[in-house]
Design a protein around this ligand. Structure first.
Ligand code: PGA
Length: 270
């Protein structure tokens, strides 16, 4: 059995292993560029689903480079972000709105009105309606063409923590302890990390036409293997991507270490 067939035997989502996160980000940015240009030719907007966290940063850097050095325009791009911390205003330094402006939006020519994130400050009694409207806006734009994802150590995509159903839609959720621990450094202490967030649901994400999940580093290797090779289960939200027609994983070598094709002994794959 060679490594390619080992991958096919065990991996239930097509998974590309790259030399580095920047090589993966460049490959992904090239695909997104082609989508934007194809949509431009048709006179239609490209609808991108975007993620926050450290994972997509090299991808955003590459999009900015394509804009600055190669003239890629985002005038015809509409974006929907996955999630926002509940309780943080858009001007809070740790809000995902701020993050997106710093990491991408302030450096490209996307019109402000084309940018969408859930609001972190919608009053409690209006959260349900706000989430319903977010779903409606995505549908009204024609649905997400290309959804970018990271993965949390809990297996979350967006903030869909363990227990989120395959059908779940945009809603307010309680953040998992592990997720809050992982965010503690950004907030100078776990006690400062918001307890809730508004996130697109698993069902919302699965409606996207194309999906790429990125993961870098050894601390993601275990959860990547569970999502790619394990059973489809609400204990690992990313495993639901196995049921999506076009979902793919782009990972670096460190994040691939727990995959069977990497762990198999040489005598087995020879
Ligand atoms: P990270 O977070 O990119 O900061 O690792 C990923 C996630 O929680 O989805």
């Amino acid at each position: 059995m060679n490594r390619r067939s080992a991958a096919e035997a065990y991996e239930k989502v097509p998974t590309s292993i790259f030399e580095s996160s920047s090589a993966a980000a460049a490959s992904l940015a090239k695909e997104v560029r082609e989508l934007i240009e194809a949509r431009n030719k048709e006179g239609k907007p490209a609808i991108l689903g975007l993620a926050t966290g450290s994972t997509p940063v090299p991808f955003y850097r590459e999009l900015i480079r394509l804009h600055r050095e190669e003239g890629l325009s985002f005038k015809n791009v509409i974006t929907f972000n996955l999630d926002e911390y509940y309780g943080l205003g858009s001007d809070h330094p740790e809000s995902y709105y701020r993050f997106m402006c710093d990491q991408l939006f302030d450096h490209i020519d996307i019109p402000k009105e084309n940018i969408h994130l859930p609001s972190g400050t919608v009053p409690g009694d209006q959260v349900f309606e706000h989430c319903r409207q977010y779903e409606e806006m995505i549908d009204a734009a024609g649905g997400v063409d290309f959804q970018i994802l990271g993965i949390g150590r809990t297996g979350h995509i967006g903030f869909n923590e363990p227990g989120s159903s395959r059908e779940s839609l945009t809603r307010r959720i309680t953040l998992d302890r592990i997720t809050r621990q992982d965010a503690a450094a950004d907030f100078r202490g776990e006690e400062n990390v918001p307890r809730f967030a508004i996130t697109m649901g698993v069902g919302t994400i699965l409606r996207a036409k194309q999906i790429v999940l990125m993961a870098w580093g050894e601390n993601k290797a275990g959860v990547v293997a569970r999502a790619v090779e394990g059973p489809v289960t609400d204990a690992v939200s990313a495993s639901f991507l196995q049921d999506h027609e076009t979902a793919r994983f782009f990972i670096d070598q460190a994040a691939s270490r727990e995959l069977t094709r990497i762990k198999l002994p040489c005598w087995w794959v020879r």
